[in-house]
Design a protein. Structure first.
Length: 364
């Protein structure tokens, strides 16, 4: 009747890893999905097939926002991402592929698989968009620390459950040996008692002759608090956020020093990614002759400055004659316009030269 096994299952808590990775990677992915690709020629935007593919509908199944979010997610988590152009002129993100590297020739990509379809042809490096993120795959890099955190979290969770566990003793009048039928009835009664404690707010224990139940739990909680369990998950997210360059306050939604955190996020996380996007699309979608002739693909998005927040600074730049109107428009992410007045450099009276003031000029 008293035979039992003591088991402890140290679960790997793999969901902790996914929570931390998905929280941070999706945060960056949503930001990069706001990217807008502008094809410029002599500072004027032009519209062609690439403009439609990059900004509206890259393929038949995804919008541009969905495509670039998946692109960023794959790039960060897998440390690399490959995009091919199908025969139907669709941009497709490869799920798996093999790469054959060469020293002086373009690398070759084979066995490129998208969903359930594997392309038979080979793709050269100059025919695809291919980006790498860091030197090490993020999930592989974090495997070791996640194992330690998962074991710690599992033990804390079990301790928390045990500290709130209802405990009791059952006294049985066993002056005579219990036969199999009596033991079965007793076990059935104890099981019903346990189920009643689990499913009911108020549970009544009947008093039976020869059977006594006594509660021994004193109600104290000597285990780890729920707040400490939450702190473990928060620390995991912080570790991934630090690797990606995301301020911890932003990923947790804290509003303290929000403007400073956003600037740091743009400078150390988004701008480097945007530069990777910019370099790759220009290298692969623009020929050397087109690039030297002034044709460019510019990447705009959250990193662009808000002109309303910079109104005073814009006024100073314009009034000091350092920049003209179209120069400032490009700084804030807007296109130049055909207005001769914005191509002129303006110098207000209070920025006049010392010699002009000495000669009595200005000052009206």
């Amino acid at each position: 009747m008293f035979d039992f096994d003591v088991l402890y299952d140290s679960s790997n808590r793999s969901y902790l890893k996914r929570i931390a990775l998905e929280t941070c990677i999706n945060f960056v992915g949503r930001t990069m999905s706001l990217s807008e690709f502008r094809i410029m020629k002599d500072d004027k935007r032009i519209h062609d097939d690439w403009d439609y593919l990059l900004n509206v509908r890259p393929n038949t199944d995804q919008s541009a926002a969905e495509f670039w979010q998946q692109f960023t997610h794959t790039l960060i988590e897998e440390n690399e991402v490959l995009v091919i152009l199908s025969d139907n002129n669709d941009l497709l993100i490869a799920d798996t592929f093999s790469r054959e590297e060469y020293a002086v020739y373009p690398d070759i990509f084979e066995d490129v698989t998208v969903k359930d379809f594997t392309f038979k042809r080979k793709f050269r490096m100059d025919e695809v968009l291919y980006l790498t993120y860091n030197n090490e795959k993020l999930t592989k890099f974090m495997d070791g620390i996640f194992e330690d955190y998962a074991d710690l979290f599992g033990r804390m969770l079990e301790t928390q459950k045990m500290s709130n566990q209802i405990r009791g003793t059952v006294g049985v009048d066993a002056t005579q040996s219990l036969d199999e039928k009596t033991r079965g009835r007793l076990q059935e009664f104890i099981d019903k008692l346990f189920t009643s404690f689990k499913t009911n707010v108020v549970a009544l224990v009947p008093k039976l002759k020869g059977f006594e139940y006594t509660e021994v739990n004193d109600g104290s909680n000597n285990g780890k608090s729920v707040e400490e369990l939450a702190k473990i998950k928060r620390d995991l997210i912080n570790d991934v956020a630090n690797i990606l360059g995301i301020p911890n306050s932003l990923v947790h939604g804290d509003m303290a020093e929000y403007d400073t955190a956003v600037k740091a996020y743009i400078s150390f996380c988004i701008s480097p990614l945007t530069k990777k996007f910019h370099d790759e699309v220009n290298a692969k979608l623009m020929s050397k002759e087109e690039y030297l002739a002034g044709k460019r693909i510019e990447v705009h998005g959250i990193a662009d400055m808000n002109p309303l927040e910079l109104a005073d600074a814009i006024d100073k730049l314009r009034a000091s004659g350092t920049f003209n109107g179209n120069d400032i428009r490009k700084m804030v992410g807007s296109e130049p316009v055909d207005n001769p007045a914005l191509d002129e450099y303006v110098l207000t009276k209070n920025y006049q030269s010392a010699s002009a003031a000495k000669n009595g000029e200005g000052g009206e």
